[in-house]
Design a protein around this ligand. Structure first.
Ligand SMILES: Nc1nc2c(ncn2[C@@H]2O[C@H](COP(=O)(O)OP(=O)(O)OP(=O)(O)O)[C@@H](O)[C@H]2O)c(=O)[nH]1
Ligand SMILES: [Mg+2]
Length: 355
């Protein structure tokens, strides 16, 4: 699962990518594409580790791709680079800094959001139109209920796009999704708007959306908005933990913007963690909402999936409060679940398997 970081030139994409992934890449890369992995912050892992003193703690991760700045003359390439990502993080420049030129001249976050979204919509519209022509041609030759259905869905998409709305905001039934699942529409990807604020706005992070008149971006389907302050994040990333916490507190913040950004990405992709815990390793694994226990087992190892007997499941909070698995068992908080059990956010699971 990859999230592509896109946005106009010089909006702070690479700066964010570098601190997200702790990668040492050259910000002046310009056209280069970098792929990196970010740890999903998870305080419960640290708490679990206190119970097990494991040799190893392993965090869940998300992948980010740092893409080249979007330029009007190279729009086609920019959009092509989004084909392979599962979600999009659009970094929008809100910070004002005369020493960093803005490709559009003035700072106007809503304009930048609207323009990029429109490019995604146009690209999808072109694809839908082309496919519709093809389908119409084929239907003239021969009646085909499957094609009729595809045509109906494509027309629904087309009308939505013509209203200048992204497909991620179009509600489709599973039946409607089927015929278009192969198309990789760009405006259908989950979208994270990342507002890159100026250093002077760090203390009013949670008011940024209203202040910059971006309330219209909130509450949309498959869309999230986070505000970060790139400069401050760079400073935080270079500090000792204690120092960083003090600096955050001085701005009235509880956690770095990066943590919120990573969590928002994770949520947006419909992912959440479950845990395994033991002396060798305490670990967070990533799973899709709605996945079964046997699927979760497969995340760890295909042998555990194949030889699945049952899962012993306890809520992380219950385990932490009880202090040990044995104590949680005494309180009847450890459940035995079968293959079809739907894994819940924060489950700690021990898989019993054969082989
Ligand atoms: N004042 C200020 N400057 C920033 C901030 N974030 C990034 N910059 C500066 O903006 C310039 C561009 O930052 P990058 O992170 O390279 O931006 P980019 O979006 O990756 O740029 P391209 O890849 O060239 O499109 C650098 O000089 C950064 O130091 C910020 O939050 N505040
Ligand atoms: Mg860059």
């Amino acid at each position: 699962m990859q999230t592509g970081i896109i946005g106009l030139p010089q909006v702070g994409k690479t700066t964010l990518f570098r601190i997200l992934t702790k990668a040492h890449v050259d910000a002046k890369g310009g056209q280069a594409t970098h792929v990196g992995v970010a740890k999903v912050p998870e305080p419960r892992l640290v708490e679990l580790a206190k119970l097990y003193s494991p040799k190893k703690i392993t965090y869940a991760t998300v992948q980010y791709v740092d893409l080249a700045g979007v330029q009007k003359e190279r729009m086609h390439e920019s959009l092509a680079s989004l084909r392979d990502v599962d979600a999009i993080a659009h970094v929008i420049r809100v910070f004002d800094d005369p020493s960093v030129p803005h490709s559009e001249g003035a700072i106007d976050p809503l304009r930048d959001v609207t323009n990029l979204d429109l490019e995604l919509i146009l690209s999808d519209h072109e694809q839908v139109t082309r496919r519709l022509e093809r389908v119409d041609k084929d239907l003239k030759k021969k009646k085909d209920p499957a094609l009729e259905w595809e045509k109906a869905v494509l027309e629904k998409c087309k009308a939505h796009l013509e209203a200048e709305k992204p497909l991620r905001e179009l509600e489709l039934t599973p039946e409607e999704r089927k015929p278009i699942s192969g198309f990789l529409f760009l405006s259908q990807r989950p979208m994270l708007y990342v507002l890159n604020l100026g250093d002077d706005e760090a203390a009013e992070m949670d008011k940024a959306v209203e202040k910059h008149k971006l309330a219209a971006l909130q509450g949309r389907p498959n869309t999230a908005v986070v505000a970060v302050c790139g400069r401050l994040e760079v400073e935080l990333a270079e500090m000792e933990e204690k120092e960083a916490a003090e600096l955050l507190a001085s701005y009235g913040l509880k956690e770095p913007g990066l943590n919120r950004l990573i969590h928002a990405t994770y949520d947006l992709m419909g992912l959440f963690p479950f845990f395994t815990a033991g002396e060798p390793e305490v670990r967070a694994w990533t799973i899709r909402k709605g996945s079964t226990a046997v699927k979760a087992a497969g995340e760890i190892h295909s042998d555990i999936e194949k030889g699945f007997i049952r899962a012993e499941v306890v809520r992380c909070e219950d385990l932490l409060a009880a202090g040990s698995i044995a104590a949680a068992k005494e309180k009847a908080q450890v459940r035995l679940e079968g293959k079809e059990y739907i894994v819940q956010e924060g489950d700690v699971i021990l898989f019993r398997h054969s082989g």
